[in-house]
Write a protein that binds this ligand. Structure first.
Ligand code: NDP
Ligand code: 8X3
Length: 254
């Protein structure tokens, strides 16, 4: 740990999609671990609630849609030099719908690709020029970006893209001393399935029937592990699964 990086001051962590699920859990664990936080998402009321809960650990909330590159640029360019994060967590993302490609819905496909791939790129493009040596980027991929599964084609493609981008970004940013990691979870019980099934609670609950999924805190543990390694250690990749899940499509259910 460097002199300026103590348990009470680990620098600033910028988290996209901090209004629920993994992002919210990462924010809470990071606050407890001594990070200052910049939290982003589209739901301003949720950002306010989390800011209220975490108090002065949250130095800023930014309400914007990562799909909108102008809004992303405007939100990030207003950051002062002292607000540029040491850690960027590219977490905002979603699946929309599940079904075969020959029945695919263009709007669902656009939402996934524009958020999971282009949104991650927009945030990265706007922040990385101002990040400095010793910074880290942690991309949230998925087991769905390692193995495709029936009905998941475009979500799979978007997370395979996150995997590819993580490797490429690591090479691009190596000369600047910026580390790039990926945390790729299996099934975790967040708002993910409710969003995927467009508010259908029964369909969302069915995803987690008969086995114990990961919690958002399980995934946040991995992110915090990477974020708190000493500067000479680069943890590049964590694939974290529920004990009952062997691959993207092998589950042991009771
Ligand atoms: P949640 O639905 O609980 O959280 C998703 C977050 O992404 C929300 O905070 C949401 O904020 C934000 N978000 C979505 N779209 C946008 C957008 N256009 N602009 C800005 N923010 C956006 O799901 P999870 O926490 O589970 O998902 C987080 C990440 O983890 C995603 O990338 C997902 O693909 C990935 N993942 C999830 C797994 C799971 O089983 N749950 C497993 C593997 C990976 P808001 O709506 O306020 O904008
Ligand atoms: C989310 C996990 O298996 O529902 O990335 O696609 S899965």
């Amino acid at each position: 740990m460097k002199n300026h990086e103590t348990q009470n001051n680990r620098g600033t962590m910028f988290i996209t999609g901090a209004t629920s699920g993994f992002g919210e859990a990462i924010a809470k664990q990071a606050a407890a671990a001594g990070f200052k936080l910049i939290l982003t998402g589209r739901r301003g009321d949720r950002l306010e609630q989390i800011q209220h809960l975490l108090g002065d650990k949250v130095i800023k909330t930014l309400c914007f849609d990562v799909r909108d590159c102008d809004a992303t640029r405007q939100a990030i360019e207003r950051l002062g030099d002292d607000e540029i994060p040491r850690i960027l967590v590219n977490n905002a993302g979603l699946a929309v719908g599940k079904g075969p490609v020959d029945k695919g819905i263009y709007d669902d496909w656009n939402r996934m690709i524009d958020t999971n791939v282009k949104g991650l790129l927009h945030v990265t493009r706007e922040l990385t020029p101002r990040m400095t040596q010793g910074a880290r980027i942690i991309n949230i991929g998925s087991v769905a970006g390692r193995q495709p599964y029936p009905g998941g084609a475009v979500y799979n493609a978007s997370k395979f893209a996150v995997d590819g981008l993580t490797h490429a970004m690591r090479m691009d940013l190596l000369p600047r001393g910026i580390q790039v990691a990926q945390v790729a979870p299996g099934a975790a019980d967040t708002e993910f399935s409710l969003v995927r099934f467009k508010g259908d609670e029964e369909a969302a609950d069915a995803v987690y029937k008969g086995f114990e999924p990961l919690t958002a805190d399980d995934v946040a543990d991995s992110v915090l592990f990477i974020a708190t390694r000493p500067p000479h250690v680069s943890v590049q990749d964590i694939l974290i699964m529920p004990a009952a899940q062997a691959s993207a499509y092998h589950f042991h259910t009771s």
